[in-house]
Ligand binder design. Structure first.
Ligand code: HEM
Length: 451
């Protein structure tokens, strides 16, 4: 027998758990136990505690997840999977966005024509554009809902204060993404929505003009603006969001999931990967109460198989993963269905000399526009949003109350709920109840909201 054959035989045998190896039966099983398969997947498929741990350890993608998670994390109520859905939407936006980049030129003479061309001259062009647009709208909505969920759960408290700060940055980047993308079709809707939005910047005391020039690159929106927005949209913001998101998700894991763990104490601190895997599963701590870190999967003879301490954790693979696959596919199916049913709008080509009535900002800024119509621009356009963002960023350091239960956080919850209700009411009025001349209208008579 040649040397290489000996190697094959050895690798297809699990020396650590020989009895757990199923006898290969059928073509698929034989393929899975063959050398080629094993050269791609570094371990055999074992449905044992150790095998499940290995699934996470030895796969670069699954490695993001902890090996085990508290079983309560599996419940939909824990997070409503909103952060995860936002991540999936970001992935959809990247894929569809890259496709669109092949057919788009960031030039005022070509951009609008490229958008028209998507309808007729590009395979699945219109559908991909629709899906991209719907995913973008949904992402803004889902990220805001995620923030609201994190607030009401009190999940921004120690030790997650900084992850909240990262989260607010992610929200701002998401808004930046949507806003810069809005201009790219170069039609009347995008041109005037961005004009209304960027006008706000000129109200900033002292630096207003400089900031506005920096963003717009001139007196009014034109070629320089389109190129700047495009560069921000396809290069700067994706890199910024991607990097921050990695840290954000890493912190979720390292800070321990904000989920009540009964005997381990409420919102247990510390990482869930501080476990030791024994042949019978994973232990959260040693008997003397010390935390231990899992550094690898070891031969079961080298650890003592002991009585399990209270352990409410389950293996990520397959329990968590299966849920993520279902929610991920559901999210993709939703944006696909929206893309098939509702086409992204494309009005006439951008015309700086013809202001449409009403000229509305994108829906997530329309609450601000409504506020501006009622108060002094400096107050409504600058002070209120700046104060809102600053309070949001520093919230975990302002709210020093360590309680997470709603009954012990009445003041914070009341203030947050009032502000949230005000934002919703202003947005709904601005989006649906305002018509030409910013006059009050009833949406069932005429709808001036375009998404
Ligand atoms: C691009 C936007 C964002 C993405 C993709 C994202 C992603 C995630 C994911 C995947 C989780 C794990 C739990 C879950 O699925 O919900 C999470 C948790 C968390 N997020 Fe976000 N997030 C974003 C924005 C935000 C914002 C705006 C905030 C708040 C200001 C925030 C604060 C937090 C905190 C504190 C946790 C930990 C909560 C826990 O452990 O239960 N995130 N995020």
């Amino acid at each position: 027998m040649s040397k290489s054959t000996t190697t094959v035989d050895h690798s297809s045998q699990d020396v650590l758990e020989p009895e757990a190896r199923p006898v290969p039966e059928g073509r698929v099983a034989r393929l899975q136990h063959g050398e080629t398969w094993r050269s791609i997947f570094r371990h055999p498929h074992l449905d044992t505690p150790r095998g499940r741990a290995l699934q996470s350890f030895s796969n670069v993608f699954l490695h993001i997840y902890p090996v085990k998670v508290p079983s309560r994390v599996l419940k939909l109520r824990y997070s409503w999977r909103l952060g995860y859905i936002a991540s999936v939407l970001f992935a959809v936006l990247l894929v569809t966005g890259i496709y669109l980049m092949f057919f788009y030129t960031p030039s005022v003479t070509a951009a609008y024509g490229d958008m028209q061309q998507l309808r007729t001259g590009v395979g699945f062009g219109q559908l991909i554009r629709n899906v991209h647009r719907w995913s973008a709208h949904l992402m803004v909505l889902v990220v805001v809902l995620h923030l609201v969920r994190v607030f009401y759960a009190g999940a921004y408290k120690r030790p997650r204060q900084f992850n909240w700060v990262l989260g607010v940055s992610l929200l701002l980047i998401t808004l930046g993404f949507s806003f810069t993308g809005y201009l790219l079709p170069w039609d009347q809707l995008s041109y005037w929505a961005v004009t209304v939005g960027t006008n706000l910047i000129s109200y900033v005391p002292v630096l207003g003009k400089q900031l506005s020039d920096l963003l717009i690159g001139g007196e009014q929106i034109g070629q320089a603006t389109l190129l700047r927005f495009y560069s921000l949209h396809v290069a700067v913001l994706p890199v910024a969001l991607g990097l921050l998101l990695m840290v954000h998700i890493w912190r979720v894991r390292k800070d321990g999931f904000a989920v009540k763990r009964g005997e381990v104490g409420s919102f247990a601190e510390g990482s869930t990967d501080r476990l030791v895997v024994t042949s019978s599963g994973a232990e959260p701590a040693t008997e003397d109460g010390q935390r231990v870190r899992l550094l690898g999967v070891v031969d079961r003879e080298s650890v003592t198989a002991e009585e399990r301490l209270t352990d409410d954790t389950v293996f990520t693979w397959p329990h968590m993963l299966v849920r993520h696959v279902v929610v991920g596919l559901g999210t993709v199916a939703t944006v696909l269905a929206l893309g098939v049913l509702f086409a992204a709008p494309l009005r006439g080509i951008a015309n700086p000399n013809e202001t449409p009535e009403p000229a509305k900002a994108p829906w997530y800024f329309v609450g601000l526009q409504e506020l501006l119509s009622r108060f002094d621009p400096l107050v409504a356009g600058i002070f209120v949003p700046t104060a809102l963002v600053l309070v949001l960023v520093f919230l975990p350091y302002i709210d020093r109350n360590s309680a997470t239960e709603a009954r012990n956080r009445k003041v914070a919850i009341t203030i947050f709920s009032i502000v949230l209700a005000a934002v919703i009411v202003l947005t709904v009025i601005g989006a649906l109840f305002r018509g030409p001349g910013w006059q009050f209208i009833t949406p069932w008579d005429h709808n001036y909201l375009e998404l």
